[in-house]
Write a new protein. Sequence first.
Length: 372
Amino acid sequence: MDPKILEIIKLSKKYESGFALNIDYLYAEENKILVLIGPNGSGKSTLIRLINLLEKPDSGNIFFDGKQILESNIDKVSIRRKISAVFQEPLLFRTSVYNNILLGLSIRKQKLSDFKDSFDFLIKKLKLQKLLDRNPRSLSGGEQQRVALARALILNPKLLLLDEPLANIDQISREELRVDLFDLLKNTGRSTIYVTHDRNEAMILADDIAVINEGRIEQYGNKNEVFRKPENEFVAKFVGAETLLEGIIIESSNNVCKVRIKKNNDNLSNSSSIVFAVSDALPDTQVMIAIRPEDVTLYNTEVAKELLSAMNSFNGIITDMQDTGIFKKIEIDCGFKIISFVTPNSIERLGLFQGKKIIAGVKASSIHLFKK
């Protein structure tokens, strides 16, 4: 594990509105990107303001770069000089792009000559070469955020805070800037805390993910662990596990469980559908089954049985088909609802339509269980 650049312990902040932030424990490692993901109003931006010393918590500790930064005798100006932040709305001034980028250096009375290599690198990476003489007000939202990022990064911060910097940008600009930003952060090894409510953005950018809800951390871990092994129903839904089923383990052997699942309008004792999952959970444990839609493969009913031998396979009827962009979201009634994402080519190849009988297959290793 890399050294911790930031460590938060028992941090709390309550507001007159009734909202309260309560972070028992959270940390960010050096040279990694920690993504805070959660719904609007969950406390992501509040936490960023507390880390950046823009607000004072009611209680708790924040350790940054080896120091407890909430102590009264700490020089908060020197701490904030080690942190740079970029927010949803870039705060740019009525001067040239060039002067905006150098504003932080000017305030700190530092010479551009000492940062020339960094300046040239950032200008190239963020595609700002042709914009340096422009007034920021004449730029698009994406271009303005590129300027704000360059201004933050040229200061060579120990920690970069990015609070939904792509939220107010059109889709094409957002995707282009996301690629450039990811490349830039990875190439420079910048310690970063990135806030978003977009799970696709989180999956692209993150090394680690903390899921926050109603002011509390629901789950923290490596991004693949969080996306593939959610610890509760909220996290599972938020990271895109479209199929969630109640079940009870009836057998467990050699790290494979046999789970009886609850059917529609039924209870567990009367249910007969069985799912196999890779897990060491014990019999009689009530669980939730989480299945990501990309892990559900559809087959026509005449498929050879040997193709399904290593899979859970469920006969069902397509009850709904929705466009989600690149994929179609297919809902299948197998006595319980299961969701699959399917490409247009697969729709055509399988001849899918609402009302068609179909087989939904899922590998046992693609099914995640957590206690109900």
